[in-house]
Design a protein around this ligand. Structure first.
Ligand SMILES: C[S@@+](CC[C@H](N)C(=O)[O-])C[C@H]1O[C@@H](n2cnc3c(N)ncnc32)[C@H](O)[C@@H]1O
Length: 271
């Protein structure tokens, strides 16, 4: 751990220290502590009122093809908005493990669990980057969260290694449409995310890292651009030793949707 300040080396180039990452994480926790109480209502207004969150969550869960008795890890589960959909699919014989960094978000998830009388959900207060996935889990889900995790690629890799044969990883998240001019991107994101570390997120382009990691770690990757490229749904299966290398599957497009192969990372439109 450093002293919390950027360090310059002999060339004057700023060294990024571990404490900068810690500060980013502390800020994120503070943000979600403030949001937690009203998250279930305010998240419906993000990124714009009328955004089809419910339909997209349902679609993400359907992408698993879950069966009764399956086990599901919900990475950065927040207040547990995915839990009812998962419960519906896995039944009381299945298991949900919700992981989140923010204590206040987990407190609301705990209330939801109690209110529904679910006895098959456990919550883990952890950074996704440090979470140890249970072995042979059937499914791993992350909605509207993985792009906030700096080392999202490593999380995908560790999750993929923990999946049971036939197990699936599904990510639903927001992104910047390809070929959007930088200024327009900044303006648009500032309007919908007034308090977020927008520049850092835009510069980092985490959806590309997510796509590349899923391409590397999973088979049968499908990547579907939603709502004119402002969101994506990605799903892939545990790669078996005999399977081919990441066969790509696109799903039929709806208006504003673009499904395609996971090649073309780096701002190019999938062909
Ligand atoms: C926008 S909310 C999404 C919550 C939930 N997945 C949903 O769909 O409603 C983002 C969540 O990600 C969590 N989060 C962000 N970074 C995280 C990390 N590194 N590890 C675990 N959780 C994280 C936050 O605490 C917050 O609860």
């Amino acid at each position: 751990m450093g002293d919390g300040r950027p360090h310059g080396d002999a060339t004057g180039i700023e060294q990024h220290t571990a404490s900068q990452a810690d500060r980013g994480r502390d800020r994120l926790i503070e943000t979600y502590r403030k949001k937690a109480k009203h998250y279930d209502v305010t998240s419906r207004l993000y990124p714009v009122p009328g955004y089809p969150h419910g339909a997209l969550r349902r679609r993400a869960v359907q992408a698993f093809g879950l069966r009764a008795g399956d086990s599901v890890v919900d990475i950065a589960c927040g207040t547990g908005l995915n839990f009812p959909l998962i419960e519906e699919a896995i039944g009381p014989g299945g298991r949900i493990i919700g992981v989140d960094l923010t204590d206040a978000m987990l407190a609301h998830a705990r209330d939801r669990i109690a209110a529904n009388g679910w006895s098959n959900v456990s919550l883990v207060h952890a950074d996704a980057a440090e979470f140890e996935f249970p072995a042979r889990v059937s499914a791993i889900l992350s909605t509207y969260a993985l792009s906030q995790v700096p080392d999202c690629a490593a999380v995908i890799a560790r999750g993929a290694a923990a999946l049971a044969g036939g197990g699936r990883w599904v990510v639903l998240d927001v992104k910047v449409p390809d070929n959007t001019p930088r200024r327009l991107t900044q303006l648009g994101t500032a309007l919908v995310r007034p308090h977020a570390a927008i520049d850092e997120w835009i510069m980092r382009r985490p959806w590309e890292a997510i796509r590349a990691a899923m391409q590397d770690e999973l088979a049968d990757l499908s990547w579907t651009e939603l709502l004119f490229g402002t969101a994506f749904l990605a799903a892939g299966s545990r790669r078996s030793l005999t399977a081919g290398d990441g066969r790509l599957v696109g799903s039929p497009g709806l208006p504003g949707e673009h499904a395609g192969p996971a090649a073309g990372i780096g701002g190019q439109r999938p062909g």
